[in-house]
Design a protein around this ligand. Structure first.
Ligand SMILES: NC(=O)c1ccc[n+]([C@@H]2O[C@H](COP(=O)([O-])OP(=O)(O)OC[C@H]3O[C@@H](n4cnc5c(N)ncnc54)[C@H](O)[C@@H]3O)[C@@H](O)[C@H]2O)c1
Length: 267
């Protein structure tokens, strides 16, 4: 028996360029391994198919829902799919996110709005349709995705719209946790550090990849499975008394401060 036996989960951004390489597909694969039935919500059915193939090859249960998390009717249909195919919804992972370049001076207004629609509005829309189903099921667990960038400023790769959207995810988590505690719906947030995934790979050189690894106290590169393990715990009944929390999964990055880098970068 897995820790998520009998649960139905919806994971947004469940596809990836390679099996287990992005957080969305690693979480989906791990949830299925632990006994959950998973709705794989992605805008790109080809990417979601890779996740489905990985799950089915291990004997797990999942279906693809192809749609756009910024469109309310797609979010509503994704939830209906979970109810029709698997009988309800217990877990929602608001994983999907996009990045756009720029400081406030050079980010375009169009990019700003798109980043907020995909990264933040989608969390509201998915939760709007999932929470009534979770209440029918006696409770549920929602996991929102922030980032270390939602808690700290950075200038090595200015992506101010993304960073601000990740700050919003933390505030949204607190509000939802407080407003839906009475419904036994737990709402928590994961703030990954500088993990290496296909979303980040095109934006960084090998040298920057190495700096990202060494910048955190553990000095070990994080990957999608590190985040998936945290998401599996928060989804499970082992976390039944945990809500409103933002959990850094970052090799200790947020615990450190800039002068500590001296010890890690100067031999
Ligand atoms: N990669 C990092 O270093 C890092 C660091 C901190 C936080 N995070 C956060 O972790 C989460 C997962 O990141 P990841 O890099 O593993 O990405 P991922 O590979 O899990 O997710 C990307 C998926 O989202 C899908 N998608 C994009 N737009 C969509 C839309 N409108 N509707 C539906 N699906 C859509 C894509 O097709 C892709 O399959 C994100 O919230 C990200 O902000 C990542």
């Amino acid at each position: 028996m897995g820790n998520l036996e009998g649960k139905v989960a919806i994971v947004t951004g469940a596809g990836s360029v390679d099996s287990g390489a992005g957080a969305g597909d690693a979480i989906s694969i791990l949830y299925a391994r632990q006994g959950a039935s998973v709705v794989l919500f992605d805008i790109d059915a080809v990417k979601a198919q890779r996740t489905l193939d990985a799950i089915e090859s291990e004997g797990g249960k999942a279906v693809i829902f192809e749609g756009d998390v910024t469109i309310a009717s797609d979010c509503e249909k994704a939830v209906k799919t979970a109810v029709e195919q698997f009988g309800g919804v217990h877990v929602l992972v608001n994983n999907v996110a996009i990045i756009a370049p720029g400081t406030v001076v050079d980010v375009t207004e169009e990019d700003w709005d798109k980043v907020f629609a995909v990264n933040v509005k989608s969390m509201m829309l998915m939760s709007k349709y999932c929470i009534p189903e979770m209440i029918k099921a006696g409770g549920g667990s929602i996991i929102n995705f922030s980032s270390n960038e939602g808690l700290r400023g950075q200038d090595w790769l200015p992506v101010v719209a993304y960073s601000t959207s990740k700050g919003a995810a933390i505030t949204l988590t607190a509000s939802m946790a407080v407003q839906h505690g009475k419904d036994n719906v737990r709402v928590n947030c994961i703030a990954p550090g500088m993990m290496y995934t296909p979303m980040i790979a095109p934006h960084i050189s090998d040298e920057v990849r190495d700096l990202r690894r060494r910048g955190a106290p553990l000095g070990v590169e994080g990957n999608a499975w590190d985040v998936a393990n945290a998401a599996a715990f928060l989804a499970s009944d082992d976390a039944r008394w945990i809500t409103g929390v933002t959990l850094p999964v970052d090799g200790g990055l947020l615990a450190t401060q800039s002068l500590s880098l001296v010890n890690r970068f100067i031999e």
